[in-house]
Design a protein around this ligand. Structure first.
Ligand SMILES: Nc1ncnc2c1ncn2[C@@H]1O[C@H](COP(=O)(O)OP(=O)(O)OP(=O)(O)O)[C@@H](O)[C@H]1O
Ligand SMILES: [Mg+2]
Length: 275
């Protein structure tokens, strides 16, 4: 679906944010990117969407090299919706409705189609009540929800979300995850960066760990978290569910691919361990 081949990217001040990185993402994957601050997660996402241009190496989309022509970029960006880490850099319209409908208006969708899609997104993110509100008056979390809604309405094939869970309340995160799972079921490819190892472990089918612009490890959640050297090096922690299973030495009791489910662990503990 989308591929980086030996890509290096430097900012104008010569910071190499991504170094000789190769990565293949297949259609329908559900991937979490983990890594400490400054690891290169956001830079990687901006490369995948063509906002940053590769310094060296190549970007491929559906098997074709992206040459950064207007046509190539339009084609790539139509299919890859990116939610920026900071909603302040995403939101530029004056009202919530205008912001969410902007992309659809731009593509000249029919008014009733726009209204239906925006209303649906407002509902999904539970922000219908602020539909007419000026965007500059929104709380940070509300801005985050609006920027997510603005991408969802576009219905892109690949969804790239840069720390969508940061600053959202737990119920909203859990609703967002349900929503992403639903979209994944419908065949969407989803990439999400997060600082929450519990979320990454329970949600992702594949995890990529980054540090200093390189991929330290790429694999199943169970493979990632069984590698303590990588976890330490990337400034991560073990997910609670996984850590409990390891401390009780019962990991082998679960069909662990890609992860141990919280409910299964509770069931096992109730049956075998708790008095
Ligand atoms: N506009 C910029 N100009 C110069 N250097 C930058 C710029 N943006 C990011 N960097 C640098 O690039 C590196 C990677 O940053 P990036 O934002 O991709 O990391 P990240 O993994 O997303 O971090 P975080 O978890 O803090 O969001 C860092 O060393 C950062 O200082
Ligand atoms: Mg970032």
């Amino acid at each position: 679906m989308i591929e980086l081949a030996d890509v290096t990217f430097e900012y104008p001040d010569k910071t190499a944010a991504v170094k000789n990185l190769s990565l293949k993402i297949k259609a329908g994957e559900k991937i979490a990117i983990l890594g400490g601050n400054g690891a290169g997660k956001s830079s990687l996402f901006l490369l995948l969407n063509g906002i940053h241009k590769t310094g060296s190496g190549k970007l491929y989309f559906k098997g074709q090299e992206v040459k950064y022509s207007k046509k190539d970029l339009l084609n790539l960006r139509k299919s890859t919706g990116i939610v920026f880490q900071d909603p302040e850099t995403q939101i530029f319209s004056s009202s919530v409705y205008e912001e969410i409908s902007f992309g659809l208006e731009n593509l000249k969708y029919a008014e009733n189609e726009i209204k239906a899609r925006v209303d649906h997104a407002l509902q999904l993110l539970e922000i219908a009540d602020i539909k007419q509100k000026p965007t500059h008056l929104l709380s940070y979390g509300e801005k985050k929800k609006v920027s997510i809604a603005g991408i969802l309405v576009m219905d892109p094939e690949i969804l790239i979300l840069d720390e969508p869970d940061a600053c959202l309340d737990p119920v909203t995160v859990s609703n967002l995850i349900k929503l992403l799972d639903d979209l994944h079921q419908k065949g969407k490819t989803i990439l999400m960066s997060t600082q929450d190892v519990n979320l990454a472990y329970s949600w992702a089918e594949r995890i990529i760990v980054m540090k200093n612009g390189i991929i330290l490890k790429d694999g199943l959640p169970s493979e990632i978290f069984s590698n303590l050297k990588v976890i330490k090096e990337a400034s991560l922690e073990l997910p609670v569910v996984y850590e409990i299973a390891v401390k009780l030495n019962i990991q082998s009791k679960f069909k662990q691919k890609p992860n141990i489910k919280k409910d299964d662990l509770i069931k096992y503990i109730k049956k075998n361990i708790s008095p």
